[in-house]
Design a protein around this ligand. Structure first.
Ligand code: AMP
Length: 289
């Protein structure tokens, strides 16, 4: 595995591999790697020639400074995991390499014609409602990383479903020749979706948090029985009534655009955010209508 810390060295190395006909698969991460990240790497290894992983804890997507400060950064362990997963190139930049003009520089994503990416309101709901500016930071950093890495395939987890939809829209808007692949959610043995933040939970809460996944599946089983509003309220209350669990949202939406379910809806997403032990957990289940 080759580790690069600057774009000046990384981009030419990748362009030379592409000139040799190699397909580049890219997995952007914030580190503290787990089996969820590894599953994305496996998918990339299966259909690309070169696996590039980035580890960058992006300051512009954290609206809560204490969340940024507490974000785990076990880099030595991450390097071992990357080696084992067959990572070919690690991009591990300092903040100045990603943001030469500082992280406070404009976050707007522009296409070749100078038009600004419009979120269509998707950045204001669900995660965006509770974390103002979060998706501006996510699109800003991924746009920069895509410029630096120039991948053929981009692997994103369904776990961050709203992020996946927004980035997919951004790729279309920019007109990039890039396949975006959605990868399934990998879970802990009791059902909690794996996340780098889970290490901040004690063992009891980690097991108890399996209820989030169980409730999402219960909601999905009710899709043809009860109206959406009733499913949302009943599942919200079921989790919220547990000690130590506070639900931010629990919604049943059109999986294509996170809008209300309508006659044109083909797939539904049941999507939730729950805070427990001071940790924000997000999860979702997608089903056909
Ligand atoms: P992060 O390091 O949290 O920014 O995540 C990097 C990528 O890994 C994102 O595309 C996430 O959606 C994906 N990811 C995180 N957790 C999981 C999981 N449990 N299962 C599948 N993909 C995941």
């Amino acid at each position: 595995m080759h580790t690069f810390t600057t774009r000046q060295t990384l981009t030419p190395a990748i362009l030379s591999l592409k000139n040799d006909g190699k397909k580049i698969g890219f997995v952007p991460t914030m580190g503290a790697l787990h089996e969820g990240h590894v599953s994305l790497m496996r998918m990339a290894k299966a259909d690309a020639d070169v696996l590039v992983v980035s580890i960058f804890v992006n300051p512009t997507q954290f609206n809560d400074p204490s969340d940024l400060a507490k974000y785990p950064r076990p880099i030595e362990n991450d390097m071992k995991l990357l080696q084992a997963a067959g990572c070919d190139i690690l991009y591990l930049p300092p903040v100045e390499d990603v943001y030469p003009e500082g992280p406070g520089s404009s976050s707007a994503v522009k296409n070749a014609a100078g038009e600004i990416f419009d979120f269509g309101g998707m950045d204001k709901k669900l995660e965006g409602h509770s974390r103002p500016g979060h998706f501006a930071g996510v699109t800003q950093v991924v746009n920069i990383l895509l410029n630096i890495v120039q991948p053929d395939n981009l692997y994103l987890g369904q776990k961050d479903y709203q992020q996946y939809l927004i980035l997919n829209n951004m790729v279309q808007f920019l007109g990039l020749k890039l396949n975006v692949r959605r990868c399934p959610i990998i879970r802990e043995p009791h059902g909690l979706a794996m996340s780098s933040r889970n290490v901040r939970l004690n063992q009891e809460l980690r097991i108890k948090a399996g209820v989030i996944h169980t409730t999402l599946f219960y909601a999905a089983s009710l899709k043809n029985i009860l109206p959406a509003a009733e499913i949302e309220t009943c599942c919200f209350d079921a989790i919220n009534s547990l000690d130590d669990f506070e639900v931010d949202y629990f919604e049943m939406l059109d999986a294509q655009n996170l809008g209300e379910i309508s006659a044109s809806t083909r797939e539904i997403v049941f999507i939730t955010a729950v805070i427990t032990g001071g940790v924000r957990l997000i999860d979702n289940v997608i089903t056909s209508l």
